[in-house]
Ligand binder design. Structure first.
Ligand SMILES: Cc1cc2nc3c(=O)[nH]c(=O)nc-3n(C[C@H](O)[C@H](O)[C@H](O)COP(=O)(O)OP(=O)(O)OC[C@H]3O[C@@H](n4cnc5c(N)ncnc54)[C@H](O)[C@@H]3O)c2cc1C
Length: 291
């Protein structure tokens, strides 16, 4: 299939601190996933996918990214699909935060996805930002990076050569860095369904509503599916810390503090520091929110 291609040359704006407009790049809008993957393989290090542009756009304008070619995948039908089976919900990578917020997707975690989507930035960002773009951008403070790890989601990833799956908890290699190869694209995210009797708790600590989180913690209790997990998010390594939550979930309230302190220390935060404290409070509040 032919690619719809347009070449865009941008003007260069300047502020006191340097350029504030993206450098010139070529722009292609392929008609299907295969076309996008071909362009990505051919473009090598000079090519970059763009979905909602909410993270990449600022990087281009600040010239922290200088791709020669942008491949727009936001409108690809296959990447916008939503499907559900008895065991899982599968969201195409180009499903926007707004569609999740609006309940266009069945919620595999009793409403938690909708709740989390509502807390991402503000509506204009949610209208364009996508779950796949957010995961690939790998900001340690991003909501989906942390929630998908807690829910044991799997990313379906393709290149021209192969398809493979990556556990969401293994995606992040470091802050703003993933284990994806340069020619790989996330096409969908598979999220296991919790049972109807599952309880979930989530707490995002940020200074203003809609801001990136300073800390994110969560907990899932689903005995029917044998799932008891806790999350300590926004770590120094960038990788969400997911651990067994059974001890915390079964502890009486007056015994929780010690377990929470140890769990946060296990995520790499030294006891007594502000960073440890803010996560300990967040995990306690996630426990309090459990329902
Ligand atoms: C003001 C503001 C506030 C924000 N606040 C929050 C917040 O509170 N919480 C939060 O989680 N996020 C927040 N964000 C980020 C927002 O959620 C972005 O939408 C998201 O991080 C990136 O998604 P995108 O679709 O725009 O990706 P893009 O910006 O288009 O792309 C981001 C990166 O992912 C790559 N990419 C895109 N799609 C794919 C794919 N399918 N496969 C592989 N690589 C891909 C691109 O090449 C690029 O490197 C905020 C953004 C802004 C501008």
């Amino acid at each position: 299939m032919p690619h719809h291609a347009a070449s865009i040359a941008r003007g260069v704006g300047h502020s006191a601190s340097g350029p504030v407009k993206a450098p010139a790049f070529d722009y292609e809008r392929p008609v299907d996933v295969d076309g996008a993957l071909r362009l990505l393989a051919e473009g090598g290090d000079d090519a970059k996918l763009i979905a909602g542009g909410q993270s990449l756009g600022p990087l281009l304008n600040l010239r922290l990214a200088r791709p020669a070619l942008l491949i727009d995948v936001r409108m690809l039908d296959e990447m916008r699909e939503i499907s559900a089976s008895d065991n899982a919900v599968v969201l195409g990578a180009a499903v926007t935060h707004a569609r999740i917020e609006d309940g266009n997707a069945p919620d595999p975690a009793g409403g938690l996805l909708r709740y989390v989507a509502r807390g991402i930035a503000y509506r204009a960002v949610r209208n364009r930002g996508t779950i796949g773009g957010s995961l690939a951008h790998a900001d340690p403070a991003a909501d989906w990076v942390n929630l998908m790890a807690l829910l044991d989601a799997t990313l379906i990833v393709r290149s021209t050569a192969a398809e493979r799956t990556i556990a969401a908890v293994d995606l992040v290699a470091g802050p703003l860095s993933t284990v994806l190869a340069a020619d790989e694209m996330i096409v969908a995210v598979r999220i296991p369904k919790l049972s109807g009797s599952a309880r979930v708790g989530w707490f995002k600590f940020n200074r203003k509503p809609g801001e990136f989180a300073e800390a994110i913690c969560g907990i899932v209790d689903d005995p029917e599916r044998d799932v008891r997990r806790l999350l300590v998010g926004v770590t120094e390594s960038g990788s969400p810390h997911v651990a067994d939550g059974a001890e915390l979930l079964s502890a009486p309230p007056d015994a929780r503090d010690g377990i929470i302190t140890a769990a946060v220390a296990g995520a790499g935060f030294r006891c007594g520091t502000y960073k440890h404290q803010v996560r300990a409070v967040s995990l306690r509040r996630a426990m309090d929110a459990l329902r």
